[in-house]
Design a protein around this ligand. Structure first.
Ligand SMILES: Nc1c(NC[C@H](O)[C@H](O)[C@H](O)CO)[nH]c(=O)[nH]c1=O
Ligand SMILES: CC(=O)[C@@H](O)COP(=O)(O)O
Length: 154
């Protein structure tokens, strides 16, 4: 039996974080978690981390696509927070965001982490942005570190 798995150390690798400004009071906590994880767990140098800001989650896929097409990065992390309102808008924003990001990952063969909260309430968002349910920015960074290393082995 052969098992292929990868670790988290990514010194020398380059990462882009594409960050939605909408619901910034939540998303900034995801960003802190992600950069902290890249640096402390992945041993990624500060100068190897680029932060790109977009208006909202709906705009994430296009910016992620440009970043992937640039071929300057080993991994990409998309961060945002879509919080359900009173109309069907939530479904459209979160659906297009998810689909677009997944398409870029497959088309460009580069790890793109989905660090976008899709939640029913502000309380749920707060819980996942560094309080009782952890920090989804950290989780997104961990998965990117692992995938960047895994792809070098496949
Ligand atoms: N309602 C949320 C949005 N809406 C804005 C869209 O993402 C987009 O910027 C606008 O429709 C212009 O194209 N964005 C979020 O990130 N989170 C939301 O909860
Ligand atoms: C996620 C959304 O699109 C959202 O917050 C919009 O709120 P509403 O449906 O009340 O307009």
């Amino acid at each position: 039996m052969q098992v292929i798995e990868a670790g988290f150390s990514a010194n020398g690798k380059k990462f882009a974080l594409v960050v939605a400004r909408f619901n910034s009071f939540i998303v900034e906590s995801l960003l802190s978690g992600a950069t902290d994880t890249l640096q402390r767990i992945g041993n990624v140098a500060e100068q190897d981390i680029t932060i790109i800001r977009v208006p909202g989650a709906f705009e994430l896929p296009l910016a992620v696509q440009r970043v992937a097409a640039s071929k300057k990065y080993d991994g990409i992390i998309a961060l945002g927070a879509v919080i359900r309102g009173g109309t069907p808008h939530f479904e459209y924003v979160s659906g297009e965001c998810t689909k677009g990001i997944a398409q870029v990952m497959m088309q460009y063969d580069i790890p793109v982490a989905f660090g976008v909260l899709t939640v029913d309430s502000i309380e749920q968002a707060i819980e996942r942005a560094g309080t009782k349910a952890g920090n989804k920015g950290c989780e997104a960074a961990m998965s990117t570190l692992e995938m960047v290393n895994l792809l070098t082995k496949l």
